[in-house]
Design a protein around this ligand. Structure first.
Ligand code: C2E
Ligand code: CA
Ligand code: CA
Ligand code: CA
Length: 278
């Protein structure tokens, strides 16, 4: 066991591929964290590129650890996925994101959808649609204000994915394909799945200016998305030049540090009140 610092002995490393003891401890701590209410959601705004309006937010989990402060998801989500804990954590995320979104609406703020990341284990649950439906009912949030982010790897079994997605979309929620371009899905898949939006992975956006290849890929994803009647959002937009490129190529929306990092719910409320504008 690694000794790190004075008051705590275990470090949750960047990679979770640590000693099995460390992993056991983290698993145990994750369970506790859920029951003690130590998880929080931050929200990153998504903006319409034509008018600069905030048109959505993505819910991103953090762990408010009593000793370590705010722990980012890459330090615990992979192990939660491996151990199955992601299902309970994911239930909480769904519930909390819907509750928060309804609370913003109840404050009289502009209604926008909240995007929630699904992990493959959650996606493969038999009762996911029932759960989502129940959460919408419990929180009073209309389905159209919930967006579920899946990844290409979840659609490997196309028949099954198709069935699951049709069920979910029949509720009225939207589906976004996250990290698009990094997986294996063929364009044919996209055509046959009830997906509403593509999220261009930030690895392509990052080098838009330096790498002609990346620029070509981004431009191609945007035009293909539009030809398939999908909305296209670029993630990881960090500077003006990237934004201008995306605008020139008619990307619909952007998300990234350039306009806002993930922030607390209260700050989203202030942004929606127009205290912040782009
Ligand atoms: P993701 O779904 O691709 O989320 C986007 C990540 O990019 C977030 O990291 C966000 O803070 C970061 N980001 C946003 N704008 C920029 C930018 O301009 N530049 C750069 N370099 N990064 C940017 P975060 O919050 O650390 O989340 C990391 C990953 O953890 C997420 O990647 C997602 O895969 C996972 N995750 C987060 N919350 C949840 C959750 O509630 N459930 C599940 N299953 N996974 C989650
Ligand atoms: Ca995401
Ligand atoms: Ca992503
Ligand atoms: Ca990612």
């Amino acid at each position: 066991v690694k000794e790190s610092g004075k008051n705590n002995c275990l470090l949750y490393s960047d990679t979770w591929e640590n000693s099995s003891l460390e992993r056991l401890k983290l698993q145990h701590d994750l369970k506790q964290a859920l029951s003690k209410g130590e998880f929080v959601l931050h929200y990153q705004p998504q903006y319409n590129l034509c008018n600069g309006n905030m048109v959505g937010v993505e819910a991103l989990i953090r762990w408010q650890h009593p000793e370590r402060g705010l722990v980012p998801p890459n330090q615990f989500i992979p192990l939660a996925e491996e151990s199955g804990m992601i299902v309970q954590i994911g239930d909480w995320v769904l519930q909390e994101a819907c509750r928060q979104n309804k609370a913003w609406q109840d404050e009289g703020l502009t209604s926008i959808p909240v995007s929630v990341n699904l992990s493959i284990r959650q996606f493969l649950q038999q009762n996911l649609t029932d759960k989502v439906s129940q959460i919408l009912k419990d929180t009073g949030l209309q389905a159209k204000y919930l967006d579920l982010e899946i990844t290409e790897s979840m659609t490997m079994d196309i028949e099954r994915a198709s069935r699951c997605l049709l069920e979910l979309t029949s509720l009225g929620v939207n589906i976004s394909m996250d990290d698009f371009g990094t997986g294996y899905s063929s364009f044919n898949y996209l055509k046959s799945l009830p997906i509403g939006r593509l999220k261009i992975d930030r690895s392509f956006v990052r080098d838009i200016e330096q790498e002609a290849g990346d620029a070509a890929i981004v431009a191609a994803i945007i035009s293909m998305g539009h030809n398939l009647n999908l909305q296209v959002i670029a993630e990881g937009v960090e500077n003006e030049a990237q934004m201008q490129f995306l605008k020139k190529h008619h990307c619909d929306e952007i998300q990234g540090y350039f306009w806002s990092p993930p922030v607390r719910g209260q700050q989203i409320a202030e942004m929606l009140q127009g205290v912040w504008k782009h």
